[in-house]
Design a protein around this ligand. Sequence first.
Ligand code: CP
Ligand code: NVA
Length: 304
Amino acid sequence: MTVQHFLTLNDLPADELRLIIDNAIKLKSQLRNHTAGKPMVGKVLAMIFEKSSTRTRVSFEAGTAQLGGSALFLSPNDTQLGRGEPVEDSARVISSMVDIIMVRTFAHSKIETFAKYSKVPVINALTDHYHPCQLLADMQTYVEQRGDIAGKVVAWVGDGNNMCNSYINAAAQFDFELRIACPKGFEPDASLCRRHANRISITQNPRDAVSGADLVTTDTWASMGQEEEKQLRIAQFKGYQVNHELMSLAASNALFMHCLPAYRGMEVSAELLEDENISVVWDEAENRLHAQKALMLHLLQLAT
Ligand code: CP
Ligand code: NVA
């Protein structure tokens, strides 16, 4: 039997992604009503983090515990991976002892190698190239707040980074139009853009991208691993801040999302981030918990 991984949103068909979102909403209500089951009893999640995290770690660890399973936090400081043991060997060994693995790392090729050698499902918890778990939470949040996202217009303002690449995949899988506004030289993955040219457009004018949009989203201008470029990037992204003035061009009931952590006064104004009529960032963050619980159950073929 082939093992089902989740390295990008393209690893699952659109109908299964929608089912995961529906199940995430169901799990959220079960947690609130104290009617949740423990389908992961006896199951172990290994969590490999080569980069920092708050939301991803807490949501996977708490989510696994809530489902009755247990989670192991593995950092490169404490494992042989950090001392140079090959990814192939680490994958074979770790996957022989646990039921499911999540990996946050730098190069996307590293998680692909890990998955190739893993006997159990591997989940991408962020690479330099993609952040698909965040997109599950974002899609759940939109559905909860506004209903189906199919046919809507989403504006991405800022760096063409891992989140932006995952938004491009989401546009295809969840059937929406994506308008990307980014400075020259900060465009998302070129081959992804070519593949999805029918649904995405790229501009250097945030106002054009946001005009009439149903959802506006952004992310930090300097991702993990780009700390040394931070000052240079602040200068290059001038004019790309999402704030009330920019949001006033969007549809009247448009939402604002940000995967967090946010840098107030940089990619988003403090006032917009805290405006609960527009900004749904706290729900979005909480939904990481519910969406990833639904994802793990799906990959483990366990009922919600
Ligand atoms: N959004 C997100 O993945 O946050 P963390 O880096 O805190 O996990
Ligand atoms: N683009 C950001 C997302 C953080 C969740 C980064 O990679 O650091």
